[in-house]
Design a protein around this ligand. Structure first.
Ligand code: ADP
Ligand code: MG
Ligand code: ZN
Length: 475
């Protein structure tokens, strides 16, 4: 294979639905999965004379997305008509932004620290959907999606390789989810990717002709399609041929890439400013307020957790996998007064329980405050780590205070010397042989004897104290 001689060059165009309740230029619902054409009106059906009115919330979310991706947000941008014919685009044009987009020059930071430049972010409306599998021999049109607000996020061709494309998409999605601007659900089409790819010899500076693979519906399909298309580019270059700039479609079932039937590469959209919409003007104070209200992003959170709580990078990764898990963890730390212990409980018991029940952390029955209180009990020696797990199991369906549960269920740790000595005496009487050997110098029997005491005490004895008392007796 000659592919090793070549370097893969990728630039991604990502379309993301903004999670507004209503559409970008009318008040129809954006909800997904409703009966076809239920959520339509004269504006999004493109009836003659209907006028678009811009949805403030869409502007807000687009602004937050751009700021979260560290873009420069412009105080003035322009909505333009992008003219093309498509059955699911009844207006004959899409309202988008062209030469004056909302924002430019941002970045997405990959886990290895490399940053990929974002060229631009612009706002636009989504088109409807052509449904090919509802009526045999016919295509149906569903306009529920027509007018759903989108941002298009365009990267520079700085991505090298399919794995890096995947890393870029995951990092981008993480930021958008944290900023709370989109569900980023590829299944529901709220995050869609067009991948541009070309191949050049390692060491070359100039880019070669690219092709664009449209409508990729999963991150793994993006990676697969890029590999297949890249291999084709390499083979064409090796054979002395020329790549034609065109739009391609990926067949996920066959794992093949083929040219799209439509000849969309004559990019003559005849953009012009939409006369129905004034320029979008954002006050500096508006932009500043949104910048100030952004949450802390995962990479910053990860670093802070490791620094402030002394937890491992692996635990920090798990705890920042979603904003909600991180928030829960932080509330737990606040109540427990111990970051490391809180990290162990959340990454261990809590996530295991969520896995088992399929619940989300937002719906988790045990609040962070109550978990924190339980962890504090362990720290104070009031309950043992083992007993605390039993208490937590009960807390799932019992709203009582953790200390009250432990007391009621006999799970308080016993640290009282008199009681502990009494149990040790009983163990001595029941296991005279082990007792004698321990006294005779077989130190390893201490663990066995502690085990007997734990069992006798129904696991309520404080094992640290039992060890101390046994060690004293052994002297
Ligand atoms: P268009 O408007 O025709 O889609 P753009 O300039 O917006 O063209 O580029 C679209 C995408 O293609 C961008 O993400 C960009 O990074 C990527 N791109 C441009 N040139 C190349 C190339 N030679 N190889 C790979 N990707 C490229
Ligand atoms: Mg483009
Ligand atoms: Zn509408």
């Amino acid at each position: 294979m000659s592919a090793e001689r070549y370097e893969m060059v990728v630039g991604l165009e990502v379309h993301v639905h903004l999670k507004t309740r209503t559409k970008i230029f009318c008040r129809c619902s954006t909800s997904f999965g409703d009966a076809p054409n239920a959520n339509t009106c004269p504006v999004c059906l493109a009836l003659p004379g209907a006028l678009p009115v811009l949805n403030d919330h869409a502007v807000e979310l687009a602004t937050r997305a751009a700021l979260a991706l560290e873009c420069t947000v412009y105080e003035r941008s322009i909505f333009a008509r992008k003219n093309y014919f498509y059955p699911d685009l009844p207006k004959g044009y899409q309202i988008s932004q062209f030469d004056r987009p909302l924002a430019e020059r941002g970045r997405v930071v990959l886990p290895d620290g490399r940053a990929i430049t974002i060229t631009r972010i612009h706002m636009e409306e989504d088109a409807g959907k052509s449904v090919h599998d509802r009526y045999a021999g016919f295509t149906a049109i569903d306009l529920n999606r027509s007018g759903v607000p989108l941002v298009e996020i365009v990267s520079e061709p700085e991505i090298r390789g399919s794995a890096e494309a995947g890393a870029y998409l995951r990092a981008l999605r993480e930021v958008l989810l944290f900023a709370d601007v989109s569900d980023c659900s590829m299944e529901e089409g709220s995050l869609r990717v067009d991948a541009n790819v070309s191949a050049r010899l390692h060491g070359d500076r100039a880019f070669r002709t690219r092709t664009e693979i449209k409508n990729l519906n999963s991150f793994s399909n993006v990676e697969r399609a890029l590999e297949v298309e890249f291999a084709r580019h390499c083979a064409v270059h090796d054979a002395g041929g020329a790549i034609v700039q065109q739009t391609m479609l990926f067949d996920a079932g066959r794992g093949t890439v083929r040219p799209a039937r439509s000849k969309e590469e004559s990019h003559d959209y005849r953009y012009f400013p939409d006369p129905d919409l004034p320029p979008l003007v954002l006050e500096p104070a508006y932009i500043a307020a949104h910048r100030a209200s952004l949450p802390e992003f995962p990479s910053a959170r990860r670093a802070r957790y490791q620094r402030d709580f002394g937890i491992t990078a692996a635990d920090a990764d798990v705890l920042t996998a979603s904003r909600a898990v991180g928030d829960y963890f932080e509330h737990t730390v606040a109540a427990a007064g111990d970051g490391k212990a809180a990290a162990n409980w959340v990454t261990g018991e809590v996530l295991a329980a969520l896995n088992e029940t399929g619940a989300t952390i937002e719906r988790f029955a045990v609040s962070a405050a109550r978990l924190g209180a339980l962890i504090a009990l362990v720290r104070e020696g009031v309950v043992s780590g083992t007993a605390a797990k039993t208490v937590l199991d009960t807390m799932h369906h019992d709203a009582a205070d953790p200390r009250a549960i432990a007391a009621r269920d006999g799970l308080l740790q016993v640290g009282d010397d008199t009681q502990l000595r009494a149990w040790i005496d009983e163990v001595w009487a029941e296991h005279p042989d082990e007792g004698a050997r321990f006294l005779g110098g077989e130190a390893r029997l201490q663990g066995v004897l502690v085990g007997f005491v734990m069992k006798k005490s129904n696991r309520s004895a404080d094992p640290k104290k039992v060890n101390q008392l046994l060690a004293e007796r052994g002297k």
